[in-house]
Design a protein around this ligand. Sequence first.
Ligand SMILES: O=C(O)CCC(=O)C(=O)O
Ligand SMILES: [Fe+2]
Length: 273
Amino acid sequence: MKPSLERLGGAVNADDLCEVLKRDGAAVVEAALTAEQLGGLNADLDRIVSATAPGLRHPSHERMVEFYGHSTVRIDGLPAKSKTFLEVMLSPLLCQAADHFLLPNCEDYLFNTGQLIEIAPGETAQMLHRDENAWSHFPAPRPALEVEAMFALTDFTAVNGATRVVPGSHLWPLERTAEPEEIIQAEMQAGSALFYLGSTLHGGGANRTDRERRRGLFLGYVVGWLRTEENTFLTVPIEAVREMPTRVQELLGYKAHMGIGVVDVGSPMQLLR
Ligand SMILES: O=C(O)CCC(=O)C(=O)O
Ligand SMILES: [Fe+2]
């Protein structure tokens, strides 16, 4: 049976979203951003995107070069680059989904990374993957480690690179690969979001247009005892963190996970006072 990707209205409550995520591993939430948030993010990021070269500028490993794409612009450090991004970090649906899936496995969760991902014409499809495989040394079966969302900042279409996703694959053994008919593209309007679990197979789509750029804002939370993908202590200056809401400071790692992530053997919050 061809799987389907559930589409929920922006007014969906978190319990209903979590039910669908538990069953399918992914769902589209329409109008997840307000018009002001969408406009604010694009205004904050336009100039930075146009000044940034595509592809990996400083590869951490040669394997990441292909994975991150040659015609795709990626930008992190977003908490210090956009005030609206901080609002999106605290968006109730995403935080409630993270509460639901991650709090059974940790004291509190952390911001894993936020990336602006702009796929330019000519980009090929990214390999399907599970984001939790970033922690591939952790043998399966793993507890839920990561909850994430890809917000569309432009329309996502089948030809401009809409994320490809495999509903139900979060329940598969890690070695099972997807058949073409099991892959669905998360076509959605700007302002909508694909919510998914870190165990769900997905990947960026190919951009087969002549001039359309597909801009997405990716944001994920992980259990607080993992090393996060983005090194937020270096991407977000501490002077900027001092001005942020307390919950954002916690999510950026200034809350210790019991004895993990401590400063002076205690809470890093002391550095923000
Ligand atoms: O750009 C996309 O649609 C997905 C990107 C992605 O899954 C990743 O880089 O991990
Ligand atoms: Fe991914």
